[in-house]
Design a protein around this ligand. Structure first.
Ligand code: GDP
Ligand code: ZN
Length: 400
C-alpha cells in the first residue's frame, strides 16, 4: 500500500516534468539500472550523485520547477529504477508520434490540425501535450508542422517541427511583458494587402510590412486592392508610388475584387504556395479571398451578420484556395514582425541602399547624419526614393 502510494507520487511528479527534464531523468535512470546490473553490489557502483543542474543553461521555468521539487535527479531516478514497472516504454518516452500535420487554428490548449491522407485530407481537433515546452504550447501557430499521436481518444500534438519562416508581432503578455505572438509559420510567401483607398494607402506601412516579411524569412507580394475606386489620374499617382517596389523586384499586383481585376495574375502568383495575407482590417482581404474562390464565402464587412465576431477574432485561420494552394488569413494586424530586429538587419532590408552603402565614408554608416554618406547623396540625386528613405529613418527611430 505504502509502495503504491509512493509509486503514484513519483508518477504524478514525472507527469509534471517537462520533456527536457524527463529525458534527462530517464537517461540517468538507465545509467543507474545499467550500473546495478553490471555490479551485484549496487551501492558501490552507482553513478555519482547527479542533480538537475548537471547540465548548464536550464531555462528559467525549468529551474523554478526544479527548486520547487527540491529532490535530486538521482533520488527520482532511484525511485524509478526501484519501481521496475515504471520502466515501461510508454512511461519512459511517452507514446511515439504516428502522424504529422499542419496547424489550421490554434489556441493555447487545443488546435485544429490538417493531416494529409492518401485521397483526402483529414482535419483533427487535437489537444496539446503537456510535454510540449510551455513556450511552444502557447506559441503554436497556424502553419506549424506538428507531430501527433492519433491513437488515443483525444488526438494530441506531441511535437513541433522546426519552422522555415515565422511572421510574428509583438504583444503584451502576462504582467505586461513584451512577448512574441506568431501570426503564421512556414509560409513561403506573404501577401501584403493594402487598399488604394478606404483606408488610405500609407506607403510607410508597406515598408514596415516588407521589412517584417523578409525578417520572418518569407517572400513578399504586394497587393493593392480596390483600384476600381481610383480616377485615372489617381491611378497614375499610384503607379508612381509603386515604382520603387517594382524596381526592387517585389511582385506588385493591383486588384479589384468588385470588378474582377488582377485576380488571375494573383491566383497564378499564389499557386502551389502556403501564403499568408497580412494587412489592416478593412483593406479587403476577405473580399479578395472570396473573389479568388467564391466557395470560401468568408464573412466580409459587407455580409455583416457575423461582423462583430469577425472583428474580435484574434486567431489566424487557414483556407484552401485550390488543391495546392493554402492561404492563412490573419486578423487585421496593425503591427508585426519587427521583433528583435537589429539596426544592421534593418539597413540590409532596404535593398536599394546596397549599391551605394559601400561608398559611405564610414562602413557602419547609419545613412542618417554621417558626413559623406553615399546613400543620402543618392536620395538627393533621386536615385533612391525619398519616401522609402523616410520610412527607413522612421523605422530606425522606432528601434532605438
Ligand atoms: P478585410 O477586413 O480586409 O477582410 O476587408 P473586407 O473584405 O471585409 O472589405 C472591407 C470593405 O471594403 C467592404 O465594405 C468591402 O465591400 C470593400 N471592398 C473590398 N474589396 C473591394 C474592391 O475591390 N472594391 C471596392 N470598391 N470595395 C471593396
Ligand atoms: Zn551612409
Amino acid at each position: 500500500m505504502a509502495s503504491d502510494k509512493r509509486r503514484k507520487k513519483v508518477r504524478d511528479r514525472i507527469a509534471g516534468l517537462q520533456q527536457d527534464e524527463r529525458r534527462r531523468l530517464y537517461k540517468y535512470a538507465a545509467r543507474l539500472r545499467r550500473a546495478a546490473a553490471e555490479a551485484p553490489d549496487k551501492t558501490k557502483h552507482r553513478p555519482d550523485c547527479a542533480t538537475w543542474d548537471d547540465e548548464d543553461g536550464l531555462p528559467p521555468a525549468v529551474e523554478k520547477r526544479r527548486r520547487r521539487h527540491k529532490g535530486s535527479l538521482r533520488q527520482w531516478a532511484e525511485a524509478l529504477v526501484e519501481d521496475g514497472d515504471l520502466g515501461e516504454r510508454e512511461t519512459l518516452t511517452g507514446p511515439e508520434p504516428d502522424a504529422e500535420g499542419m496547424v489550421l487554428f490554434a489556441t493555447a490548449a487545443r488546435c485544429r490540425v490538417l493531416v494529409a491522407g492518401g485521397d483526402e485530407d483529414e482535419t483533427l481537433d487535437c489537444g496539446v501535450s503537456p510535454d510540449l515546452a510551455d513556450a511552444q504550447r502557447s506559441e503554436l501557430a497556424v502553419g506549424d508542422r506538428v507531430q501527433l499521436v492519433t491513437t488515443r481518444d483525444d488526438p494530441t500534438v506531441v511535437g513541433l517541427l522546426p519552422r522555415t519562416s515565422v511572421l510574428s508581432r509583438p504583444d503584451s503578455g502576462p504582467g505586461g511583458r513584451h512577448v512574441q505572438r506568431v501570426i503564421a509559420a512556414n509560409v513561403d510567401c506573404a501577401v501584403v494587402v493594402v487598399a488604394a483607398r478606404q483606408p488610405a494607402l500609407r506607403p510607410r506601412l508597406i515598408d514596415r510590412y516588407l521589412v517584417a516579411v523578409e525578417h520572418g524569412g518569407a517572400e513578399a507580394i504586394l497587393v493593392v486592392t480596390k483600384i476600381d475606386l481610383l480616377e485615372p489620374v489617381e491611378r497614375r499617382q499610384l503607379d508612381d508610388l509603386l515604382a520603387p517596389y517594382r524596381a526592387l523586384g517585389t511582385p506588385v499586383i493591383c486588384c479589384s475584387s468588385n470588378e474582377g481585376i488582377g485576380l488571375d495574375v494573383l491566383r497564378a502568383a499564389l499557386h502551389d504556395h502556403l501564403v499568408v495575407l497580412v494587412g489592416q482590417s478593412g483593406v479587403g482581404k476577405s473580399s479578395l479571398l472570396n473573389a479568388l474562390e467564391p466557395r470560401l464565402s468568408i464573412a466580409t464587412a459587407e455580409t455583416g451578420a457575423s461582423q462583430k465576431g469577425r472583428h474580435t477574432t484574434t486567431a489566424s485561420t487557414l483556407h484552401r484556395l485550390d488543391e495546392a494552394t493554402r492561404v492563412i488569413d490573419t486578423p487585421g494586424v496593425r503591427e508585426f514582425g519587427l521583433w528583435e530586429l537589429s539596426v544592421d538587419e534593418l539597413r540590409g532590408y532596404f535593398h536599394e541602399f546596397d549599391r551605394f552603402a559601400g561608398r559611405c565614408k564610414y562602413s557602419d554608416c547609419s545613412h542618417l547624419h554621417e558626413p559623406q554618406c553615399a546613400v543620402r547623396e543618392a536620395v538627393a540625386r533621386g536615385d533612391i526614393s525619398t519616401a522609402r528613405y523616410d520610412s527607413y529613418g522612421r523605422l530606425l527611430e522606432s528601434l532605438r
